[in-house]
Design a protein around this ligand. Structure first.
Ligand code: MGD
Ligand code: MGD
Ligand code: SF4
Ligand code: MO
Length: 693
């Protein structure tokens, strides 16, 4: 058969880069970044290993219904019809007994969730959630509290930037390919890079300024910079007068937080901090102070992101070219957005189980806080929660303290996992509905805001190798069994045509490039003409509604506790060749990095009698494991850093089994430590013991 080009979307991580797949005889010949997009053919190592996922015979291959106890691994194979009927019957019985709201859903978020949200609405439940309380909810809420919109409604305009500041953001290893390309292009063109981290990353290696700070002191760092900018008068006065609310309160609040104080608190030089603040003012407004991505770390991470937005505002960077311009929605460029599945059903009237939007009025009630929904299952307050559909989400790896979480789940009568690989969550579920890997499935059309908003399509490159289905097919199958006819699409084309109604675009428009741009040139909106959706209509340094709810807009600084002797603060992050916990068993990526190691500072290691490469025992409470030490000078002495996603103990995963240590297990009691302001779990508020094994 002749070689065919298929435009699709990478599914190896949440970034979802556009790809072109060359296929012949149902085999992949080549995968590359979509050459028509900003990727110019590039992909990361994980994207290049996508075919190994398809070929992996250690993933779930057919629907399964639990036979033994939860987590025991005894399954019976079911046909899809049987599995759909089983889930539909159980859901209906539970809803009849406990009410429509008793069903909750969580997923990985992202551009395809409209269909999921519609399904949950169709069930009559208000309880749709995504995974984000373990990732970027704090940034989301910080952006909403300052700018009145979500974090993705501002663009990071790296290409045109003159100074990029990456704080808790390892952009060259925690990868988004288009961003990596743009940052490297900007650096080539003379843009400055400042990195603030607790260890030297690959990104730090490219920086003009690298600040290695004491873990958890970022808020002090930012307060010191704000002080320097205001004290020297080097902020954008005109912009602040026109677009910022609460500047006078900021001036008063910032007084004690001098650069000298901040430098001492973070363990850096005052002179370097002042020089850096001046460089920012020189580059303004083409500055990006990145507010962070994986920021579910500390009680004050919300305020770190919030002050990042405030610094961007002081420099006039919000709305600026080369700064953080406003992302265009289709309507902003005179186009129509995709028709929404969610509008097929009325909004359920019931309150959310997690309290988002009512008990916690400032928490975004779109995706809510799934960890609080688990608490509702345990307490029965505000009502019983009994069934859980967990779609492309592995809470037992993504949330702290898996034993405590499993205990909470005992209150659930039904757990359904939709997944393409084995995960701790799927293993502990009652029903596993195996999804086809991304090369073997279509997804709903997706819409992406930006300087040039677009629609894009994930087409199926290969026929499924096993008895697995696409996400839309799974939703359609369940919908049919439940009588939710509007979502029971018969084909991907039928679904896509529904979405395109009223847009003036047709499926054929995707043939040339795999995406359809809704305007020709990047569109920069002028902040003077943008309606800022905050109570004052300006960027809010002080948020009146928040203050009313008893939340502080500007919180006094609290110094992080120092770890006791022999203990370290747990620090975690990503590496370039794995995605979260779900690629360790990928044959190609496993070869690249089969286990994680523990970064320890040379002096700290010496005090423990540990040398580079020694096995060390890490523990907290009843959890523990052995991991190799990576001893070096470029990590803070209070930190014990490991890459997240290892320490798998699932029998079907022959490669990943028993390799490395799981950081989430070392966060005992961590499910209860969440930020009320930011609505996320604080995962780095834990000390662990480290000793020579
Ligand atoms: N290769 C790869 N790329 C990915 C992913 C992946 O799994 N693999 N996942 C994607 C996802 S979901 C996300 S959220 C993003 C995450 O993107 P990032 O948030 O950039 O990634 P992390 O590695 O979690 O954290 C960034 C850095 O924060 C540092 N850090 C830890 N504690 C502190 C602190 O107290 N202060 C400061 N200043 N720094 C600290 C860590 O050392 C780390 O280098 O990556 C995305 N891209
Ligand atoms: N301790 C600790 N906890 C963390 C982190 C950490 O560094 N340390 N990182 C946090 C971050 S940044 C995030 S984003 C979360 C990530 O955690 P999750 O939100 O759970 O996301 P993933 O691990 O990407 O994917 C979850 C599951 O979905 C399956 N899956 C992946 N892709 C697909 C797909 O396309 N379709 C389907 N059906 N299934 C798929 C995988 O098999 C995986 O088991 O964890 C967070 N939790
Ligand atoms: S960053 Fe890499 S793994 Fe993630 S979508 Fe892009 S190519 Fe795929
Ligand atoms: Mo994330």
């Amino acid at each position: 058969m002749a070689r065919q080009k298929v435009f699709s979307v990478c599914g190896m991580c949440t970034v979802r880069c556009p790809i072109q797949v060359d296929v012949a005889n149902n085999e992949v010949m080549f995968i590359q970044g979509n050459p028509h997009s900003g990727l110019k053919g590039a992909l990361c190592a994980r994207g290049a290993a996508g075919y190994a996922l398809t070929q992996d015979d250690e993933r779930p291959q057919y629907p399964m219904i639990r036979e033994g106890k939860r987590g025991e691994g005894k399954w019976r194979r079911a046909s899809w019809d049987e599995a759909f009927a089983y889930v539909a019957e159980r859901l209906s019985a539970i809803q009849e007994k406990y009410g429509k709201e008793s069903v909750i859903w969580s997923d990985r978020g992202g551009p395809f969730v409209d269909l999921h949200q519609a399904f949950v609405r169709g069930l009559g439940s208000p309880n749709y959630h995504n995974h984000d309380t373990a990732c970027a909810r704090g940034v989301q809420h910080a952006c909403k509290s300052v700018v009145g919109i979500g974090r993705k409604e501002l663009v990071y305009d790296y290409k045109n930037s003159k100074h990029i500041v990456l704080q808790t953001r390892n952009i060259l290893e925690a990868i988004n390919v288009a961003e990596v390309n743009s940052v490297l292009d900007a650096l080539d063109a003379g843009c400055k890079l400042t990195v603030i981290d607790v260890r030297a990353t690959v990104t730090a290696g490219k920086a003009d300024n690298f600040f290695l700070i004491r873990p958890g002191t970022d808020y002090a760092f930012n307060l010191g910079v704000i002080h320097a900018l205001i004290d020297s008068g080097r902020y954008d006065k005109e912009y602040v007068d026109a677009h910022v609310n609460g500047f006078d309160e900021l001036v008063k609040f910032i007084r004690p937080y001098t650069p000298a104080w901040a430098a001492e608190e973070c363990g850096i030089s005052e002179k370097a901090l002042l020089k850096f603040a001046n460089q920012l003012a020189d580059a303004a407004p083409s500055v990006i102070w990145h507010p962070g991505w994986m920021t579910a770390r500390y009680q004050d991470s919300f305020y770190v992101s919030r002050t990042a937005y405030i610094i961007n505002a002081l420099l006039g960077a919000i709305g600026a070219k080369g700064g953080l311009p406003f992302a265009n929605k289709p309507g902003d460029v005179g186009a129509k957005g995709l028709k929404k599945f969610v509008d097929l059903f009325p909004k359920p009237e019931g309150k959310r189980a997690d309290g988002a939007g009512w008990k916690y009025p400032h928490i975004d009630a779109g995706p809510g806080m799934i960890n609080l929904a688990y608490d509702a299952a345990v307490s029965g307050d505000p009502y019983p929660v009994k069934a859980y559909i967990c779609h492309r989400h592995d809470p037992l790896m993504a949330f702290p303290d898996p034993d405590a979480l499993k205990k909470k789940w005992e209150a659930l009568e039904l757990i359904v996992a939709v997944t393409f690989s084995w995960s701790d969550t799927a293993w502990n579920a009652d029903v596993v509905l195996p999804m086809s890997p991304y090369l073997e499935r279509e997804s709903p059309l997706a819409q992406k805001g930006g300087l040039k908003p677009q629609f894009f399509v994930r087409k199926r490159a290969l026929a499924p190798r096993y008895d697995t289905k696409a996400d839309w097919e799974i939703i359609a199958g369940l919908s049919k069994a439940l009588g939710l006819e509007p979502l029971a699409f018969e084909s991907a084309e039928q679904m896509w045509e529904f979405q395109l109604q009223g847009t003036g675009k047709s499926l054929a428009d995707f043939d040339a490039k795999g995406f359809v741009e809704l305007c020709e040139k990047p569109n920069y909106q002028n902040i003077a003409e943008v309606k800022i959706a905050t109570p004052s209509g300006k960027l809010e340094i002080v948020h009146p509604k928040w203050e009313q709810d008893g939340l502080m807009s500007l919180r006094p600084y609290v110094s992080p506790e120092k770890p006791p002797k022999g203990r370290f603060r747990i620090i975690f992050g990503r590496c370039g060749v794995h995605t979260q916990g779900h690629t360790v068993n990928n044959k190609l990526l496993f070869e690249q990095m089969p286990e994680n190691v523990l970064w320890l500072n040379t002096a700290s290691a010496k005090a423990l009698g540990v040398s580079n490469g020694d096995p060390v025992k890490v523990s907290n409470g009843s959890y523990g494991g052995v991991i190799k030490a990576f001893v070096n000078d470029f990590v803070h002495p209070e930190a014990a850093f490991m890459v997240h996603g290892f320490g798998h103990k699932l029998p079907p995963e022959s490669r990943a089994y028993g390799k490395g240590v799981a950081d989430q297990e070392l966060m005992v009691g961590g499910l209860e430590n969440w930020s009320r302001e930011g609505g996320y779990i604080c995962m780095q508020e834990h000390f662990i013991s480290v000793a020579k094994a």
